[in-house]
Design a binder for this molecule. Structure first.
Ligand code: F6R
Length: 250
């Protein structure tokens, strides 16, 4: 595992964008696993800037997103499809037909999860899976639980996640209580995992994920078993790892 320590959020975003663009340049038709939330916004902005400047192209890239809120239409301004359009896809030369986000409006969400699992499998899984990290250690919407769930599934969001995501909605009551999320199986099948973290409120989750026991109560801890994980975090997010003496590069 390689850990890059960066000065701040902007430097984290540039480093993550560098790693993603390197993947796209090396393999123009790669499969990118993508995340939403606040953390990747700067990374997506940087990728869009380099793409618009003509440094590399997303024309042949395929993408699979981690998750979607159950019950939100793709046009809802808090849906993850809308997030991806407005933060990345609308600003780069990707073919939107090659982008995939679970359908939060599916009449049969369980069947939709099975379809999504099969889709990710048929694409050969992600060449590079970008992940953010929940304060409770979640990845995608794999919430702390007694077991790691392998398949794409419908999940009940924990109160901690509802509270954390309430900032995007008019009130906590408006945050959907369920989501469809890629399971741990698809995430672990990615050839490389790139986890990004910023801010002091992620320091405990980062520490628990990489220094704690492998435990489904901290879902990200499963990444200790992946053979190619890159963690890019700013000083605040990595403070507890650094204090514990974990070696990092800059
Ligand atoms: C989003 C996702 C979540 C977020 C996590 C961190 O697709 O899968 O796991 O990455 O909740 O969110 P932010 O970046 O908003 O702190």
């Amino acid at each position: 595992m390689r850990i890059y320590l960066t000065e701040d959020y902007d430097a984290m975003s540039r480093r993550a964008a560098n790693l993603i663009s390197a993947e796209v340049i090396r393999n123009p038709s790669c499969v990118l696993g993508l995340a939403t939330g606040s953390t990747p916004v700067g990374t997506y902005k940087q990728l869009a800037a380099w793409n618009q400047r003509g440094d590399f192209s997303f024309k042949e890239v395929r993408s699979v997103n981690l998750d979607e809120y159950k019950g939100l239409a793709p046009t809802h301004d808090q849906s993850y499809r809308y997030f991806m359009q407005t933060n990345l896809f609308d600003h780069i030369d990707i073919d939107v037909n090659n982008t995939n986000v679970p359908n939060g409006l599916a009449a049969d969400p369980v069947a939709e999860c099975a379809r999504y699992d099969e889709l990710v499998r048929s694409l050969g899984y992600a060449d590079l899976q970008l992940l953010g990290l929940g304060r409770n250690g979640h990845i995608g919407f794999n919430e702390p639980a007694d077991i790691f769930v392998k398949e794409t599934h419908v999940v009940d969001l924990t109160q901690s996640t509802i509270d954390a995501n309430a900032r995007f909605f008019a009130s906590a009551d408006d945050v959907p209580r369920q989501a469809l999320t890629m399971g741990i199986g698809c995430i672990m099948a990615a050839r490389r995992v790139l986890l990004i973290a910023s801010g002091a409120d992620k320091a405990d989750a980062v520490y628990n994920a990489f220094c704690g026991p492998i435990d489904p109560h901290c879902p990200a801890s499963i990444l200790q078993l992946h053979s190619d994980v890159v963690l890019v975090g700013d000083k605040a997010a990595l403070s507890k790892l650094v204090a514990a003496g974990v070696p990092v590069c800059e």
